[in-house]
Design a protein around this ligand. Structure first.
Ligand code: DAT
Ligand code: MG
Length: 140
């Protein structure tokens, strides 16, 4: 079977702007199942582990600061090829480049250099999904 799990985060900009319902609606409409959902403000240790692959990059510090600036909605979604499928729903990393029809393309604002304010995170591989789920939802 190709049923997979992925970690979805609705970032602080999405929560602040009241887009939780709209984004989760799209995930469910696609046919994915939400198996865990939690709203929380992440601490620096969690964010450092989550974004370890980006440590040392110029956008790392502002990214971690932004991600800890308010509550995020963390969710586990399950479904057929959900890792690739959620990233397709999310759209390109830069909201300016993200296509219409995607979360970032339809709802993302152009914040100039603040590419980190792109509403959502989705795991990019089976390995990163399991690693990230272990960080955000220990034991699940
Ligand atoms: P994605 O979230 O599409 O998987 P990523 O893993 O490469 O993108 O980067 C993680 C986050 O870091 C991304 O959602 C926004 C931020 N980011 C990435 N590239 C950036 C850049 N060039 N400038 C500013 N922020 C960036
Ligand atoms: Mg990524």
């Amino acid at each position: 079977t190709s049923t997979e799990r992925t970690l979805i985060l609705i970032k602080p900009d999405g929560v602040r702007r009241g887009l939780v319902g709209e984004i989760l609606r799209r995930v469910e409409a696609k046919g994915y199942t939400l198996t865990s959902v939690e709203l929380r403000t992440a601490d620096d240790d969690l964010l450092a582990a989550h974004y370890a692959e980006h440590e040392g990059k110029p956008f790392y510090a502002p990214l971690v600061e932004f991600m800890g600036s308010g509550p995020v909605l963390a969710a586990i979604a399950e479904g057929n090829r959900v890792i690739e499928g959620f990233r397709a729903l999310a759209g390109a990393t830069d909201p300016t480049a993200a296509l219409p029809g995607t979360v970032r393309g339809d709802l993302g604002r152009d914040w100039g250099l603040k590419v980190q304010q792109n509403l959502v995170h989705g795991s990019d591989s089976v390995e990163s999904a399991e690693r990230e789920i272990g960080l955000w939802f220990p034991g699940r």
